[in-house]
Every structure is written in structure tokens, then in C-alpha cells.
Design a protein around this ligand. Structure first.
Ligand code: SAM
Ligand code: SF4
Length: 347
């Protein structure tokens, strides 16, 4: 579909029900009727970056900071395996305290002691680090490009260019990770045309996972007072992603559930097939405040897991077993695009 066709889905009024039906059918054909649960462990809220939208940004002096010890991270992952999860996602701010070697050991230890798939989401690093973690057994990497509007990207992520993010995504693909990208919907100044381009960007890149979450303003950021992103538009983006990337794993994001308690269930009917229960241990959960009121932040890991299972059952779908990887083989599937952006630096 070209950008004009995608815009039709994002703007559709009367025909929207038809698009939703088509996306739901594409989900069933492309990835089946199982919803995969990925246990999210948010292991550090320190960050060296200053993204305008994010509560973890380094300039937010009001946020109490924490770091989980490596052994604690491994134990939280093994607890996830005991709960019946097939994948853990290790996520953090960009925190140099966790050297490449420390993360390598954490990944290796989880892989040695469990049958878990390990997804990393620790931001921008050098290619050597990504390679080391892949060799240690990391299976997947989440690195959202956030917005493919180059000027907006520079504004929202000071000092970070879209080309650098894209180069990292291509490195990750070349290293054989299953790679996830995604966007924030409703960033101030983001046009609907650029959202349509985001969807074709992820299709052309051939990502294995694609995500869309609405922007939620945080009081301790420069974007406080801005309007939140639209739940309805985010659901349309999910439907458009499913139609364009039928092979991909697509989450019903927590940001959706934060703005509307029913939206994650609705998202499962619009093409999404993944939920990410938060299994971060108790003392830390509230401090990973990307945005306020995050769904599940007051629950225990077991309660988050149970709530996600309930959403899947309410949708009339089954909880997936095993690792629930992408059927499309790892490696670079789409065309190379890093050269399309001028801030590209040499590897
Ligand atoms: N630091 C890593 C990175 O940026 O890739 C991973 C952690 S970061 C907190 C995970 C995601 O949170 C980002 O990719 C971004 O899309 C999302 N995020 C941050 N602030 C947000 C906000 N205010 N509203 C919605 N999503 C937000
Ligand atoms: Fe740091 Fe990620 Fe938040 Fe940006 S989005 S400030 S990189 S945690």
C-alpha cells in the first residue's frame, strides 16, 4: 500500500469497520490466534539521554533513580519462566553502569538457566556491544525509531538523529536479531502523513516487531501540558501496521491501556497479538515512570500477568505457549535505508 492508501486507513470514517475486519483477518492468517505474553523487566531508570517526551530523561531531577543488581535481574527473569512466560524483555534507560560485559553475563545466565527468549531494549549502543549480546544468546532487540519525521526526531531526541537510529536497526538485523521498531503516536508537531510514512518505513525495513503507543505527557518534561495522543488514531495505526506487516508481532501497548482501560482489548481486535505484563519486582515498578499512571504499576508481577491473561481470554483468543518468535527469518529483510538520512556516521 502506498502512503495515500495508509492515510485512507488512518483517516477513514465510515469504512473504518471494514479496515478493522481486514486487519483482524490478516492477524489470524499472518500470526494465528495466539497472543504472546512477554514479561517486561524494567531494570534501571537511569538515562544519559534527554528525550523531550520521557519521564526518565536525565534532566528530570525529581525522579528517584534505581538500578537492579545483575543477580536480581536474572532472578526476576527466572521467576517469569516459573510463571509460564516464554520471553522476557530487559528494558532500561541508557545506563552506562551496565557495561557490555555485565549485560552479556546477565543474558548468558538467563539463557543457561531457562528456555526463555531474551529481548533487549537498552537503547543506542555500538555495534560491538550488540554483537556481544547476540553471541551471549539474546534473541530480539526493541529499538523504536519513534518518528520518521527527521526534523521532529531531532527536536524530540536532542543530539540523536534518525539516521543513527536507523543505522542501529540495520546493524541489529545484520547480527541476526529479531528486530522491533515502533512509534509514539501524537507527539506535538507530528502530522498524520508522517505517521503513514512511519508504517511504510517499518514495512520497507522488514522489522519483525512493530509497535505504536500514544504519547502521554509527563509533568516533569518540556512536553507537560501538551495533549496526549489519540487512542483511536493509535488503534488505526495498529490496524495499518497489521495490514502492511502481516508477519510481525505487534503489541497492544501499555500506553494504550494507560489512557483507556479497554484499549488493549480493542487493540487485539485491530491486529495486535502481543501483551507485555510488567514483571519488574515490587520496589522498582513505580519508579520506572516514563509517563504518569502507567497501567499495572501498582500491581504485583503476578497480578499484571493475570490481567493480561484475562484480556486475551476476553478477546476470545488463546495465550501462546513457547517463545512465540516471528516466522520471518532474522536478518535484514527489507531494503537498506540508512543512506537516505544525512546524519549517518561510519560504523
Ligand atoms: N531507553 C530505551 C529507548 O529509548 O529505546 C528503552 C526504554 S524507553 C523508556 C521505551 C519507550 O518508551 C521508548 O521507545 C518510547 O517510545 C516510550 N516512551 C517514552 N516516553 C513516553 C511517553 N511520554 N509517552 C509514550 N511513550 C513513551
Ligand atoms: Fe532515555 Fe529511552 Fe527515555 Fe529517551 S526514551 S529519555 S533514551 S529512557
Amino acid at each position: 500500500m502506498n502512503v495515500r492508501g495508509l492515510l485512507d486507513i488512518l483517516k477513514a470514517e465510515d469504512e473504518f469497520e471494514g479496515f478493522i475486519r481486514a486487519a483482524d483477518e490478516a492477524r489470524a492468517r499472518g500470526v494465528g490466534d495466539c497472543v504472546h505474553l512477554r514479561g517486561l523487566i524494567e531494570f534501571s531508570n537511569y538515562c544519559r539521554k534527554d528525550c523531550l517526551y520521557c519521564g526518565l530523561r536525565r534532566s528530570n531531577a525529581a525522579l528517584p533513580r534505581y538500578r537492579m543488581a545483575p543477580g536480581e535481574i536474572v532472578e526476576a527473569a527466572l521467576e517469569g519462566a516459573r510463571m509460564g512466560l516464554g520471553t522476557v524483555v530487559l528494558q532500561s534507560g541508557e545506563d552506562a553502569w551496565y557495561t557490555a560485559g555485565i549485560i552479556e553475563k546477565i543474558v548468558g545466565s538467563i539463557k543457561e538457566q531457562s528456555g526463555l527468549a531474551v529481548t533487549l531494549s537498552v537503547g543506542d549502543r555500538i555495534k560491538r556491544d550488540y554483537a556481544l549480546w547476540r553471541r551471549a544468546g539474546a534473541d530480539r532487540y526493541l529499538l523504536k525509531h519513534e518518528t520518521s519525521d527527521e526534523a521532529l526526531h531531532w527536536t524530540m531526541r536532542p543530539g540523536c538523529g534518525l539516521g543513527d537510529r536507523l543505522r542501529n536497526l540495520e546493524w541489529l538485523m545484520d547480527l541476526g536479531y529479531e528486530v522491533g521498531s515502533g512509534i509514539i503516536v501524537g507527539l506535538p508537531g507530528q502530522g498524520i502523513e508522517s505517521i503513514a510514512r512511519d508504517v511504510s518505513f517499518m514495512r520497507d525495513l522488514g522489522v519483525h516487531m512493530a509497535s505504536a503507543g500514544p504519547f502521554i505527557p509527563h509533568a516533569q518534561t518540556p512536553l507537560k501540558g501538551c495533549e496526549p495522543g489519540s487512542v483511536d488514531l493509535t488503534l488505526r495505526v495498529i490496524a495499518a501496521m497489521r495490514l502492511e506487516l502481516p508477519w510481525a508481532n505487534i503489541p497492544a501497548t501499555s500506553a494504550l491501556g494507560t489512557l483507556d482501560p479497554l484499549a488493549q482489548l480493542t487493540a487485539l481486535g485491530c491486529g495486535a497479538n502481543v501483551l507485555m505484563p510488567d514483571i519488574t519486582p515490587g520496589p522498582y515498578r513505580k519508579m520506572y515512570e516514563i509517563y504518569p499512571g502507567k497501567v499495572g504499576s501498582l500491581e504485583t508481577p503476578a497480578q499484571s500477568f493475570a490481567r493480561c491473561r484475562k484480556i486475551v481470554e476476553s478477546a476470545g483468543l488463546a495465550v501462546g505457549t513457547g517463545q512465540g518468535g516471528c516466522a520471518r527469518l532474522p536478518g535484514r529483510a527489507g531494503r537498506s535505508m540508512a543512506n537516505d538520512w544525512t546524519d549517518r556516521k561510519d560504523a
